[in-house]
Design a protein around this ligand. Sequence first.
Ligand code: AMP
Ligand code: MG
Length: 406
Amino acid sequence: MDMIEMDDAIRIVLENTSTVEVTSVDLMESLGRTLAQDIRSDINMPPFDKATMDGYAVVGQDIARASQADPAVLEVVEEIPAGTVPQKAIALGQASRIMTGAPVPEGADTVVMVEDTVTENGRVKVLDVTETGGNIASLGEDVRVDQTVLTAGTMIRPPEIGILAAVGAVRVPVYRQPVVGVVATGSEVVEPANKPEPGQIRNSNGSSMTSQALQAGAATRYLGIVEDSEEALKQVISEGLDTCDILTLSGGVSAGIYDLVQGAMVDCGVEVLFDRIRMKPGKPLTFGVRGQKLIFGLPGNPVSSVVGMELLVRPALRKMQQMSPLHHPTVKATLEADFRQTPGRKQFVPCKSEKQGASWKTHWVGHHGSADLFSLARANGLFVVDAEVEFVEAGSEVDVILLEGW
Ligand code: AMP
Ligand code: MG
Protein backbone atom coordinates (compact mmCIF):
# COMPACT_ATOMS: atom_id res chain seq x y z
CA MET A 1 0.00 0.00 0.00
CA ASP A 2 1.35 3.45 -0.93
CA MET A 3 2.36 6.04 1.60
CA ILE A 4 -0.13 8.93 1.26
CA GLU A 5 -0.06 12.66 1.93
CA MET A 6 -1.55 14.01 5.16
CA ASP A 7 -4.21 16.06 3.31
CA ASP A 8 -5.37 12.91 1.54
CA ALA A 9 -5.41 10.99 4.82
CA ILE A 10 -7.66 13.63 6.39
CA ARG A 11 -9.92 13.64 3.34
CA ILE A 12 -10.25 9.84 3.34
CA VAL A 13 -11.07 9.76 7.04
CA LEU A 14 -13.73 12.46 6.72
CA GLU A 15 -15.24 10.93 3.57
CA ASN A 16 -15.81 7.76 5.56
CA THR A 17 -17.23 9.49 8.64
CA SER A 18 -21.00 9.69 9.04
CA THR A 19 -23.09 11.70 11.45
CA VAL A 20 -24.44 9.89 14.51
CA GLU A 21 -28.15 9.86 15.37
CA VAL A 22 -30.07 12.60 17.14
CA THR A 23 -31.15 11.99 20.69
CA SER A 24 -32.42 14.18 23.50
CA VAL A 25 -30.84 14.84 26.86
CA ASP A 26 -31.77 16.76 30.00
CA LEU A 27 -30.89 20.44 29.83
CA MET A 28 -28.00 20.15 32.26
CA GLU A 29 -26.49 17.29 30.30
CA SER A 30 -26.41 19.26 27.07
CA LEU A 31 -23.33 21.38 27.88
CA GLY A 32 -20.67 20.97 25.20
CA ARG A 33 -22.99 19.09 22.82
CA THR A 34 -24.21 20.18 19.40
CA LEU A 35 -27.82 21.23 19.05
CA ALA A 36 -29.55 19.00 16.48
CA GLN A 37 -32.71 21.08 15.83
CA ASP A 38 -33.72 24.73 15.84
CA ILE A 39 -35.18 25.88 19.16
CA ARG A 40 -38.13 28.30 19.28
CA SER A 41 -39.40 30.29 22.19
CA ASP A 42 -42.78 29.37 23.71
CA ILE A 43 -43.09 32.81 25.35
CA ASN A 44 -42.44 36.49 24.78
CA MET A 45 -39.37 37.90 26.50
CA PRO A 46 -39.89 39.94 28.49
CA PRO A 47 -43.33 38.40 28.97
CA PHE A 48 -44.78 41.81 30.02
CA ASP A 49 -43.66 45.46 30.10
CA LYS A 50 -41.13 45.27 32.89
CA ALA A 51 -39.39 47.79 35.16
CA THR A 52 -35.62 47.67 34.75
CA MET A 53 -34.99 49.85 37.84
CA ASP A 54 -36.34 50.20 41.35
CA GLY A 55 -38.42 53.41 41.45
CA TYR A 56 -41.83 54.76 40.54
CA ALA A 57 -44.10 53.95 37.61
CA VAL A 58 -45.52 57.26 36.37
CA VAL A 59 -47.16 59.01 33.45
CA GLY A 60 -44.29 60.62 31.52
CA GLN A 61 -46.24 63.82 30.99
CA ASP A 62 -46.42 64.38 34.78
CA ILE A 63 -42.67 64.59 35.21
CA ALA A 64 -41.69 66.20 31.91
CA ARG A 65 -40.52 69.40 33.66
CA ALA A 66 -39.60 68.03 37.10
CA SER A 67 -36.54 69.56 38.77
CA GLN A 68 -34.94 69.96 42.22
CA ALA A 69 -36.40 73.46 42.43
CA ASP A 70 -39.83 72.48 41.16
CA PRO A 71 -40.45 68.76 41.76
CA ALA A 72 -43.48 66.87 40.44
CA VAL A 73 -45.49 65.69 43.44
CA LEU A 74 -47.48 62.50 42.84
CA GLU A 75 -49.83 60.37 44.95
CA VAL A 76 -48.46 56.84 45.57
CA VAL A 77 -51.30 54.37 44.96
CA GLU A 78 -49.66 50.97 45.21
CA GLU A 79 -46.46 49.00 45.80
CA ILE A 80 -45.54 46.42 43.13
CA PRO A 81 -42.86 43.91 44.17
CA ALA A 82 -41.35 41.61 41.49
CA GLY A 83 -43.47 38.49 41.10
CA THR A 84 -46.79 40.28 41.68
CA VAL A 85 -49.34 41.75 39.30
CA PRO A 86 -50.37 45.43 39.64
CA GLN A 87 -53.93 45.93 40.86
CA LYS A 88 -54.29 49.64 40.09
CA ALA A 89 -53.97 51.69 36.95
CA ILE A 90 -52.03 54.95 37.08
CA ALA A 91 -53.77 58.20 36.21
CA LEU A 92 -52.27 61.70 35.88
CA GLY A 93 -50.97 62.82 39.27
CA GLN A 94 -50.39 59.25 40.47
CA ALA A 95 -47.44 56.84 40.80
CA SER A 96 -46.80 53.26 41.99
CA ARG A 97 -43.69 52.18 43.84
CA ILE A 98 -42.19 49.48 41.57
CA MET A 99 -39.29 47.04 41.91
CA THR A 100 -36.92 45.82 39.21
CA GLY A 101 -38.54 42.97 37.26
CA ALA A 102 -42.13 43.85 38.22
CA PRO A 103 -44.83 44.50 35.57
CA VAL A 104 -45.50 48.16 34.81
CA PRO A 105 -49.11 49.09 35.73
CA GLU A 106 -51.64 50.17 33.17
CA GLY A 107 -51.56 53.89 32.44
CA ALA A 108 -47.88 54.27 33.35
CA ASP A 109 -45.37 54.69 30.53
CA THR A 110 -42.20 55.58 32.43
CA VAL A 111 -40.26 54.39 35.46
CA VAL A 112 -38.41 57.04 37.47
CA MET A 113 -35.49 55.61 39.34
CA VAL A 114 -35.67 55.82 43.10
CA GLU A 115 -32.49 57.95 43.24
CA ASP A 116 -34.40 60.79 41.53
CA THR A 117 -37.15 60.83 44.15
CA VAL A 118 -37.99 61.70 47.74
CA THR A 119 -40.92 60.04 49.47
CA GLU A 120 -43.07 61.67 52.17
CA ASN A 121 -46.51 60.84 53.63
CA GLY A 122 -47.82 58.73 50.79
CA ARG A 123 -46.50 61.10 48.17
CA VAL A 124 -43.42 61.03 46.01
CA LYS A 125 -41.50 64.05 44.84
CA VAL A 126 -39.80 63.52 41.48
CA LEU A 127 -36.72 65.74 41.28
CA ASP A 128 -35.58 65.15 37.72
CA VAL A 129 -36.86 64.41 34.24
CA THR A 130 -36.90 60.85 32.89
CA GLU A 131 -37.57 60.49 29.19
CA THR A 132 -40.99 58.97 28.50
CA GLY A 133 -40.57 55.22 28.13
CA GLY A 134 -37.44 55.22 30.28
CA ASN A 135 -36.45 52.23 32.45
CA ILE A 136 -39.05 49.91 30.90
CA ALA A 137 -38.26 46.79 28.86
CA SER A 138 -41.25 46.21 26.59
CA LEU A 139 -43.10 42.96 26.09
CA GLY A 140 -41.36 40.81 23.44
CA GLU A 141 -38.49 43.27 23.08
CA ASP A 142 -35.87 40.47 23.25
CA VAL A 143 -37.81 37.53 21.80
CA ARG A 144 -41.32 36.94 20.45
CA VAL A 145 -43.36 33.76 20.83
CA ASP A 146 -42.28 31.20 18.17
CA GLN A 147 -39.12 33.10 17.29
CA THR A 148 -36.11 30.82 16.66
CA VAL A 149 -33.66 31.47 19.47
CA LEU A 150 -30.99 28.87 18.63
CA THR A 151 -30.27 27.13 15.34
CA ALA A 152 -29.29 23.51 14.72
CA GLY A 153 -25.53 23.07 14.73
CA THR A 154 -24.93 25.48 17.61
CA MET A 155 -22.44 24.32 20.22
CA ILE A 156 -24.11 24.50 23.63
CA ARG A 157 -22.09 26.68 26.02
CA PRO A 158 -23.22 28.31 29.29
CA PRO A 159 -25.08 31.19 27.56
CA GLU A 160 -26.95 28.72 25.34
CA ILE A 161 -27.84 26.70 28.45
CA GLY A 162 -29.39 29.91 29.82
CA ILE A 163 -31.36 30.51 26.63
CA LEU A 164 -32.63 26.91 26.58
CA ALA A 165 -33.76 27.30 30.20
CA ALA A 166 -35.45 30.63 29.42
CA VAL A 167 -37.55 29.11 26.64
CA GLY A 168 -38.41 26.02 28.67
CA ALA A 169 -36.37 23.56 26.58
CA VAL A 170 -35.75 21.12 29.42
CA ARG A 171 -35.12 18.23 27.01
CA VAL A 172 -32.59 19.22 24.38
CA PRO A 173 -32.18 17.60 20.94
CA VAL A 174 -28.48 16.87 20.43
CA TYR A 175 -26.29 14.48 18.48
CA ARG A 176 -25.51 11.31 20.37
CA GLN A 177 -22.01 11.14 21.82
CA PRO A 178 -19.90 8.85 19.66
CA VAL A 179 -18.23 6.06 21.62
CA VAL A 180 -14.47 5.73 21.23
CA GLY A 181 -12.86 2.44 22.18
CA VAL A 182 -9.28 2.72 23.39
CA VAL A 183 -6.81 -0.17 23.22
CA ALA A 184 -3.09 -0.19 24.03
CA THR A 185 -1.16 -2.94 22.28
CA GLY A 186 2.30 -4.22 23.20
CA SER A 187 3.57 -7.06 25.35
CA GLU A 188 5.85 -4.58 27.14
CA VAL A 189 3.02 -2.29 28.23
CA VAL A 190 1.68 -2.31 31.81
CA GLU A 191 -1.07 -0.33 33.53
CA PRO A 192 -0.07 2.98 35.15
CA ALA A 193 -0.83 1.60 38.62
CA ASN A 194 2.01 -0.92 38.19
CA LYS A 195 5.70 -0.19 38.52
CA PRO A 196 7.28 -1.43 35.30
CA GLU A 197 9.51 -4.53 35.62
CA PRO A 198 12.64 -4.70 33.48
CA GLY A 199 11.66 -4.44 29.81
CA GLN A 200 8.22 -2.97 30.56
CA ILE A 201 6.78 0.52 30.11
CA ARG A 202 3.68 2.15 31.48
CA ASN A 203 0.64 2.64 29.30
CA SER A 204 0.54 6.41 28.96
CA ASN A 205 -1.15 6.32 25.57
CA GLY A 206 -4.37 4.78 26.86
CA SER A 207 -4.89 7.73 29.20
CA SER A 208 -3.86 10.42 26.69
CA MET A 209 -6.05 8.95 23.97
CA THR A 210 -9.00 8.69 26.34
CA SER A 211 -8.65 12.30 27.44
CA GLN A 212 -8.28 13.50 23.85
CA ALA A 213 -11.44 11.64 22.84
CA LEU A 214 -13.27 13.21 25.81
CA GLN A 215 -12.08 16.68 24.78
CA ALA A 216 -13.51 16.01 21.32
CA GLY A 217 -16.93 15.37 22.89
CA ALA A 218 -16.90 11.56 22.80
CA ALA A 219 -17.77 8.96 25.38
CA THR A 220 -14.95 6.47 25.88
CA ARG A 221 -14.61 2.78 26.55
CA TYR A 222 -11.25 1.51 27.72
CA LEU A 223 -10.61 -1.98 26.40
CA GLY A 224 -7.28 -2.50 28.13
CA ILE A 225 -3.81 -3.59 27.18
CA VAL A 226 -3.44 -6.36 24.63
CA GLU A 227 -0.28 -8.40 24.09
CA ASP A 228 1.30 -8.69 20.63
CA SER A 229 -0.61 -11.79 19.57
CA GLU A 230 -2.90 -12.17 16.60
CA GLU A 231 -5.58 -13.97 18.58
CA ALA A 232 -5.70 -11.39 21.38
CA LEU A 233 -5.75 -8.53 18.87
CA LYS A 234 -8.54 -10.10 16.82
CA GLN A 235 -10.61 -10.57 19.94
CA VAL A 236 -10.26 -6.97 21.14
CA ILE A 237 -10.80 -5.50 17.66
CA SER A 238 -13.93 -7.53 17.18
CA GLU A 239 -15.28 -6.50 20.59
CA GLY A 240 -14.31 -2.86 19.97
CA LEU A 241 -15.98 -2.70 16.58
CA ASP A 242 -19.14 -4.27 17.98
CA THR A 243 -19.45 -1.80 20.85
CA CYS A 244 -17.88 1.48 19.66
CA ASP A 245 -18.24 3.99 16.82
CA ILE A 246 -14.52 4.52 16.54
CA LEU A 247 -11.87 2.08 17.72
CA THR A 248 -8.41 3.50 18.40
CA LEU A 249 -5.40 1.30 19.06
CA SER A 250 -1.88 2.36 19.90
CA GLY A 251 1.20 0.43 18.85
CA GLY A 252 1.82 -2.51 16.62
CA VAL A 253 1.54 -0.74 13.28
CA SER A 254 5.22 -0.44 12.25
CA ALA A 255 7.17 -2.93 10.18
CA GLY A 256 8.36 -5.18 13.03
CA ILE A 257 7.52 -8.88 13.12
CA TYR A 258 5.35 -8.28 16.20
CA ASP A 259 3.42 -5.47 14.53
CA LEU A 260 0.26 -7.46 13.99
CA VAL A 261 -2.51 -4.87 14.22
CA GLN A 262 -3.20 -4.43 10.50
CA GLY A 263 -3.42 -8.17 9.88
CA ALA A 264 -5.81 -8.58 12.80
CA MET A 265 -7.96 -5.73 11.46
CA VAL A 266 -8.23 -7.42 8.07
CA ASP A 267 -9.14 -10.73 9.73
CA CYS A 268 -11.97 -8.90 11.53
CA GLY A 269 -13.44 -7.72 8.23
CA VAL A 270 -11.93 -4.24 8.24
CA GLU A 271 -11.20 -2.60 4.89
CA VAL A 272 -7.84 -0.87 5.34
CA LEU A 273 -7.78 2.44 3.42
CA PHE A 274 -4.24 3.54 4.20
CA ASP A 275 -1.38 2.43 6.43
CA ARG A 276 1.35 5.04 6.05
CA ILE A 277 1.23 8.84 5.91
CA ARG A 278 4.06 11.08 4.68
CA MET A 279 4.17 12.84 8.04
CA LYS A 280 6.38 13.18 11.07
CA PRO A 281 5.77 12.17 13.78
CA GLY A 282 3.56 9.20 13.08
CA LYS A 283 4.29 7.75 9.65
CA PRO A 284 2.88 4.27 10.31
CA LEU A 285 -0.79 4.95 10.88
CA THR A 286 -3.39 2.44 9.80
CA PHE A 287 -6.93 3.52 9.05
CA GLY A 288 -9.80 1.28 8.07
CA VAL A 289 -13.56 0.96 8.08
CA ARG A 290 -16.07 -1.77 8.76
CA GLY A 291 -19.50 -0.52 7.77
CA GLN A 292 -19.98 2.82 9.56
CA LYS A 293 -17.30 1.97 12.14
CA LEU A 294 -13.87 3.57 11.92
CA ILE A 295 -10.66 2.04 13.21
CA PHE A 296 -7.36 3.80 13.73
CA GLY A 297 -4.10 1.96 14.40
CA LEU A 298 -1.91 4.73 15.82
CA PRO A 299 1.84 4.40 16.34
CA GLY A 300 2.88 3.46 19.88
CA ASN A 301 5.20 6.39 20.34
CA PRO A 302 3.38 8.77 22.67
CA VAL A 303 3.90 11.95 20.64
CA SER A 304 2.88 10.20 17.42
CA SER A 305 -0.27 8.86 19.00
CA VAL A 306 -1.18 12.28 20.43
CA VAL A 307 -0.66 13.98 17.05
CA GLY A 308 -2.65 11.31 15.22
CA MET A 309 -5.52 11.72 17.67
CA GLU A 310 -5.60 15.52 17.29
CA LEU A 311 -5.20 15.71 13.51
CA LEU A 312 -7.20 12.67 12.36
CA VAL A 313 -9.42 11.21 15.08
CA ARG A 314 -10.63 14.54 16.50
CA PRO A 315 -11.98 15.86 13.17
CA ALA A 316 -13.81 12.56 12.62
CA LEU A 317 -15.38 12.80 16.09
CA ARG A 318 -16.40 16.39 15.48
CA LYS A 319 -17.93 15.52 12.13
CA MET A 320 -19.92 12.68 13.73
CA GLN A 321 -21.46 15.24 16.11
CA GLN A 322 -21.84 17.97 13.45
CA MET A 323 -19.45 20.23 15.32
CA SER A 324 -17.76 22.98 13.39
CA PRO A 325 -15.11 23.80 12.55
CA LEU A 326 -13.81 20.25 12.22
CA HIS A 327 -10.15 21.18 12.57
CA HIS A 328 -8.06 23.09 15.05
CA PRO A 329 -7.51 26.70 13.92
CA THR A 330 -4.36 27.50 11.95
CA VAL A 331 -2.57 30.85 12.30
CA LYS A 332 0.50 32.40 10.69
CA ALA A 333 3.29 32.90 13.22
CA THR A 334 6.85 34.18 13.17
CA LEU A 335 9.35 31.46 13.96
CA GLU A 336 11.71 32.61 16.73
CA ALA A 337 14.69 30.36 15.99
CA ASP A 338 16.14 28.50 12.98
CA PHE A 339 14.67 25.05 12.34
CA ARG A 340 16.22 22.23 10.31
CA GLN A 341 14.79 18.90 9.19
CA THR A 342 15.71 15.97 7.03
CA PRO A 343 13.40 16.45 4.04
CA GLY A 344 10.97 13.72 3.07
CA ARG A 345 7.90 14.02 5.29
CA LYS A 346 5.63 16.88 6.29
CA GLN A 347 6.52 17.62 9.87
CA PHE A 348 4.20 18.72 12.70
CA VAL A 349 6.52 20.23 15.26
CA PRO A 350 5.36 20.71 18.85
CA CYS A 351 5.64 24.42 19.58
CA LYS A 352 4.65 27.11 22.02
CA SER A 353 2.94 30.08 20.42
CA GLU A 354 1.95 33.43 21.83
CA LYS A 355 -0.04 36.29 20.42
CA GLN A 356 1.82 39.59 20.40
CA GLY A 357 -0.49 42.40 19.42
CA ALA A 358 -2.10 41.31 16.19
CA SER A 359 0.53 38.70 15.24
CA TRP A 360 1.75 35.39 16.57
CA LYS A 361 5.25 34.22 17.40
CA THR A 362 6.20 30.63 17.98
CA HIS A 363 9.10 28.47 19.07
CA TRP A 364 9.87 24.80 18.95
CA VAL A 365 9.63 23.26 22.43
CA GLY A 366 12.51 20.91 21.57
CA HIS A 367 12.33 17.16 21.96
CA HIS A 368 14.21 13.92 22.14
CA GLY A 369 12.06 12.26 19.51
CA SER A 370 8.56 10.95 19.36
CA ALA A 371 8.60 9.47 22.87
CA ASP A 372 9.03 12.86 24.52
CA LEU A 373 5.79 13.62 26.29
CA PHE A 374 7.52 16.15 28.52
CA SER A 375 8.30 18.64 25.78
CA LEU A 376 4.83 18.05 24.36
CA ALA A 377 3.42 19.22 27.67
CA ARG A 378 5.10 22.59 27.09
CA ALA A 379 3.49 22.94 23.67
CA ASN A 380 0.15 24.47 22.71
CA GLY A 381 0.38 23.85 18.99
CA LEU A 382 2.20 22.27 16.06
CA PHE A 383 4.00 24.21 13.39
CA VAL A 384 3.98 22.72 9.96
CA VAL A 385 7.10 22.24 7.84
CA ASP A 386 6.52 20.97 4.31
CA ALA A 387 8.15 17.72 3.28
CA GLU A 388 10.70 19.17 0.86
CA VAL A 389 11.90 21.99 3.15
CA GLU A 390 15.30 21.54 4.75
CA PHE A 391 15.74 24.81 6.63
CA VAL A 392 13.39 27.41 8.03
CA GLU A 393 15.13 30.60 9.05
CA ALA A 394 14.32 32.47 12.25
CA GLY A 395 11.90 35.27 11.42
CA SER A 396 10.10 33.30 8.70
CA GLU A 397 6.38 32.88 8.79
CA VAL A 398 5.07 29.39 9.50
CA ASP A 399 1.60 27.86 9.79
CA VAL A 400 0.79 26.89 13.36
CA ILE A 401 -2.04 24.54 14.25
CA LEU A 402 -3.27 25.82 17.60
CA LEU A 403 -4.35 22.87 19.70
CA GLU A 404 -7.62 24.06 21.18
CA GLY A 405 -8.07 23.09 24.78
CA TRP A 406 -4.29 22.83 25.39
P1 AMP B 1 5.17 0.39 18.53
O1 AMP B 1 4.42 1.39 17.70
O2 AMP B 1 4.32 -0.70 19.06
O3 AMP B 1 6.38 -0.11 17.79
O4 AMP B 1 5.72 1.19 19.78
C1 AMP B 1 6.60 2.27 19.61
C2 AMP B 1 7.12 2.75 20.92
O5 AMP B 1 6.07 3.27 21.71
C3 AMP B 1 7.79 1.69 21.77
O6 AMP B 1 8.90 2.26 22.41
C4 AMP B 1 6.74 1.34 22.75
O7 AMP B 1 7.28 0.79 23.88
C5 AMP B 1 6.05 2.65 22.97
N1 AMP B 1 4.67 2.41 23.36
C6 AMP B 1 3.84 1.51 22.79
N2 AMP B 1 2.64 1.53 23.39
C7 AMP B 1 2.70 2.45 24.35
C8 AMP B 1 1.76 2.92 25.31
N3 AMP B 1 0.53 2.42 25.38
N4 AMP B 1 2.13 3.91 26.16
C9 AMP B 1 3.39 4.41 26.07
N5 AMP B 1 4.30 4.02 25.18
C10 AMP B 1 3.98 3.04 24.33
MG1 MG C 1 4.55 -2.49 19.93
